[in-house]
Design a binder for this molecule. Structure first.
Ligand code: CA
Length: 224
């Protein structure tokens, strides 16, 4: 999974990051409410681990704000507060679970696995386009029955294309939405990733899904 950890305490942040990475996840971190919130809104994470007490705000606000922005990513809140009303408040602002500090790292992993199973059961976590199939939860890409290995950047690019199929997408839009960078001299950067993705798709199928629209950008063609 691709996980965002929002935690200002360096020892907890380092520990959680190390444990999650050890379990095969990719981990991004944020130390403030503002940074955590903007990362959660701008990037497609599979799960967010959110501390309640942050230097510039609290986890409730972050959770509520990202839900208001239609971010459905599961949220696990971490906090030293043990009171029942705190837990209730977390769930009410849209968090999926709550873990009290100090916690056992095995319990953290077990709770995250449980959230993952629940979300997998409740929502459609796949994107398809004819013979192409993307499993958002496990971040897997299949063409027919073959699994295609993608890097994180290629995967995020593909997901953006699938969610915005059959329309022209400019390089500026890709730079901003997929990479969160502002368009200046990065044209080649985007083109390189598109060529990697295109090449990987073409190794498994005759269809060229990514159409280059001259002087405008790209269209991901999908009729299925
Ligand atoms: Ca804290």
């Amino acid at each position: 999974m691709n996980i965002l950890v929002v935690e200002d305490d360096p020892s907890v942040r380092t520990l959680v990051k190390a444990v999650l990475e050890h379990n095969g996840n990719e981990v991004s971190t944020a130390e403030t409410a503002a940074d955590g919130q903007s990362k959660a809104i701008e990037n497609a994470y599979d799960m967010i681990v959110l501390d309640l007490g942050l230097p510039d705000g609290d986890g409730y606000e972050v959770c509520k704000n990202i839900r208001d922005e239609n971010v459905a990513t599961p949220v696990l809140i971490l906090s030293g507060e043990q009171e029942t009303d705190v837990k209730v408040k977390c769930l009410k602002v849209g968090a999926d679970d709550y873990l009290t500090k100090p916690f056992n790292t095995e319990e953290l992993i077990a709770r995250m696995e449980a959230i993952k199973r629940r979300t997998a059961a409740s929502g459609d976590q796949t994107l398809t386009c004819g013979e192409l199939k993307v499993d958002l939860l496990n971040r897997e890409f299949m063409i027919n029955t073959e699994k295609v290995q993608l890097t994180n950047n290629e995967f995020n690019l593909l997901v953006y294309f699938l969610k915005n199929r059959n329309r022209v997408i400019t390089q500026e839009e890709l730079a901003e939405k997929v990479w969160d960078i502002h368009f200046d001299t990065q044209t080649n950067y985007i083109n390189v990733y598109i060529s990697y993705l295109r090449k990987k798709i073409r190794e498994h199928t005759e269809t060229d899904y990514i159409e280059t629209v001259r002087k405008k950008g790209f269209t991901f063609r999908c009729d299925g």
